[in-house]
Design a protein around this ligand. Structure first.
Ligand SMILES: [Fe+2]
Length: 244
């Protein structure tokens, strides 16, 4: 582990490669959320990801009852349209990023209605300002239903503290950092919280959360930071998910 850190910093040249093979947070199904608009956009980002070393991309369109009422059928058909334009070697799949709302809670009771990846990993996000009053109850529901909840970008929520993150993690939730937080893309508070979570070994996964090629390209800037190198030393889920 330590040797990997040294290698990342010893070459003196710009790092352009991600050391893990799987990205599982992005918005690459065209036209169904605030992510990419066209199939060409998706294909371009996916080929850039491949250059960075990503061998498998599980894209995660937003699902929000009010704004993006995306269904598994809609997501999967959009994903298939992109896949049809890819080289047969590229691995591109879809799950979703679920906003924690009433509809989501209802779907927890309906087997098969939620898109997950691998062994029932379920990516979710919450309101950015205030903690949902029933967060703990919903986490309990997710785990009892057999899901493995993954909280997207814990560093971005105004209500998040180290103590709160620790508590959520102790309840069985994996914490997924957005890499762009490390260069201040979402503002200073998110950047500070991101660093603190990494320093305390509380990050279980990282994601690009790419909505566009411009965001994807910023990953190269992220790779030059010391916090990125530290994060890469953690036992991230991105290393252990199957590639082939
Ligand atoms: Fe996202």
């Amino acid at each position: 582990m330590v040797s990997r850190l040294i290698n990342l910093f010893s070459s003196g040249s710009r790092i352009t490669h991600l050391p893990y093979p799987v990205d599982f947070h992005s918005h690459l199904v065209p036209g169904i959320d605030d992510g990419v608009k066209t199939v060409d956009d998706s294909v371009g980002i996916l080929s850039f990801f491949e250059q960075l070393g990503i061998k498998r991309c599980i894209t995660t369109p937003h699902v929000m009852a009010d704004t993006y009422p995306n269904t598994p059928d809609l997501i999967n058909s959009g994903m298939a349209a992109v896949r049809a334009q890819l080289q047969p070697t590229a691995r591109f799949e879809a799950a979703a990023e679920y906003y924690l709302d009433e509809k989501f809670v209802q779907m927890l009771d309906q087997p098969g209605s939620l898109l997950t990846f691998d062994d029932r990993y379920l990516l979710f996000e919450t309101n950015f300002v205030s903690e949902p009053f029933n967060l703990n109850e919903i986490i309990f529901k997710m785990t009892v239903a057999g899901y493995r909840p993954v909280l997207a970008h814990p560093e971005r929520y105004a209500y998040m503290t180290i103590q709160k993150a620790e508590d959520i993690r102790n309840r069985g939730v994996l914490l997924q950092l957005n890499l762009l937080s490390l260069i201040g893309f979402y503002g200073r508070p998110a950047e500070t919280m991101a660093r603190q979570l990494i320093d305390r070994n509380m990050i279980d996964a990282v994601g690009s959360d790419a909505h566009s090629m411009a965001q994807a390209r910023l990953l190269v800037d992220v790779m030059q930071t010391r916090s990125f190198a530290k994060a890469m030393e953690l036992p991230l889920l991105n290393y252990t998910l199957a590639v082939a």
